[in-house]
Design a protein around this ligand. Structure first.
Ligand SMILES: Nc1ncnc2c1ncn2[C@@H]1O[C@H](COP(=O)(O)OP(=O)(O)OP(=O)(O)O)[C@@H](O)[C@H]1O
Ligand SMILES: [Mg+2]
Length: 342
């Protein structure tokens, strides 16, 4: 990361977490009090970010309250990193507004309110894990005790290991430990587990989740539906720089899962089928109709009561397939897939 003092993958040293928190009136006990006058952790309105002719973010409106654990889920190029970089003050919006705890991102970072765990950069391979954490801690006016932070990140037992000898997962946990030193209100992680094996990912997330239970606000970007499902309270699905779904894991899963109702129906009225609430798409194959819907009961009811359909069959779409469908190019971003939107 860059000039925000974040080259180690953590937020900058200026200010210090504790004093900063009292400056904003955000005491630890306040973290869960999202609607009681505490400023929102993140507020984006009409956010646009372009790189030359590439529109990476196209009008994102988003509020994240204190204490939420939010996943940015989406395929490559969806705009996750571009949005995160704006929230971290690493890049400026092309249009729209961003505020973090009611301030400009850089101001929030300099007050120790925000830390980030990014995938690359910042670690010196010739230092040990503990030396790296101690060095980073020395940059903060008010740092958490290094030993405690290493324990929380699950790397207390490898404090003497040279960073150059650490696995990818261990390096990510070290970045996580460094991010915790300022005891930030908001922790942002951009695809922190890419390249880790299943066990590495699981234990990394266990450490994050345990830490988040203290009330820290967490925003993370991922490609993995199951990662978002398991660790986030709220999933924001991004596609082509826009939010296509925003809801709890259960809501987004229901949206993604859907069902297909298949029936034999000669001369079916395609537009009537499309008009049934919850229908995502309709396929006609000769006398067979396939109706993809979030509400298969409504489709079945309509077919059986209002048409001469027979041989009804209801099947569940694969979760993975459905997720891809939701984020693929031929999905209508303004259409029925926004059912879980807030
Ligand atoms: N600095 C840049 N210059 C030009 N184009 C960029 C730049 N950064 C991002 N983009 C483009 O913006 C779009 C969104 O990229 P972004 O990195 O935000 O996606 P992402 O959701 O983080 O993807 P991934 O999952 O691959 O990390 C992509 O088309 C990307 O090529
Ligand atoms: Mg990215």
């Amino acid at each position: 990361m860059n000039a925000a003092g974040t080259s180690s993958g953590t937020a900058g040293p200026a200010g210090g977490g504790r004093s900063a928190r009292s400056m904003t009136g955000l005491l630890p006990g306040d973290r869960k009090r999202a609607n009681g006058g505490t400023p929102l952790a993140i507020e984006l309105s009409g956010l646009h970010k372009s790189f030359g002719s590439v529109e990476a973010v196209k009008g994102v409106d988003l509020n994240v309250a204190s204490g939420e654990i939010v996943a940015f889920l989406g395929p490559n190029g969806a705009g996750k990193t571009s949005t995160i970089d704006v929230i971290l003050g690493l890049s400026q919006p092309s249009a729209g507004e961003v505020s973090v705890y009611g301030m400009q991102p850089r101001q929030a970072i300099s007050r120790g309110l925000v830390s980030a765990v990014l995938q690359t950069g910042g670690l010196l391979k010739d230092l040990t894990v503990a030396e790296t954490a101690r060095y980073t801690a020395s940059l903060f006016a008010h740092s958490q005790p290094v030993d405690e932070v290493l324990k929380r990140a699950g790397i207390a037992d490898i404090g003497d290991r040279m960073v150059g000898k650490c696995s990818g997962g261990e390096k990510q946990r070290l970045r996580f430990a460094m991010a915790l030193l300022s005891d930030p209100e908001l922790l942002i992680l951009d695809e922190p587990t890419t390249g880790m094996d299943v066990e590495g990912r699981r234990s990394f997330w266990a450490a994050i989740r345990q830490d988040a239970e203290l009330g820290r606000t967490v925003l993370f970007a991922t490609h993995y539906l199951e990662e978002a499902d398991e660790y986030a309270d709220r999933i924001i699905l991004l596609r082509h720089g826009q939010i296509v779904a925003d809801g709890t894991a259960a809501q987004v899963k229901a949206l993604a899962a859907g069902r297909t109702v298949r029936a034999t129906l000669a001369g079916a009225d395609e537009s009537a089928l499309r008009g049934i609430p919850g229908v995502d798409s309709v396929e006609m194959r000769g006398d067979t109709v396939l109706v993809h819907s979030k509400d298969s009961d409504a489709v079945a009811r309509y077919l059986l009561t209002s048409t001469s359909a027979r041989d009804l069959e209801i099947t569940t779409r694969g979760l993975e397939d459905a997720f891809l469908a939701l984020t693929s190019d031929d999905t209508d971003a303004n259409g029925s897939h926004t059912g879980a939107s807030r």
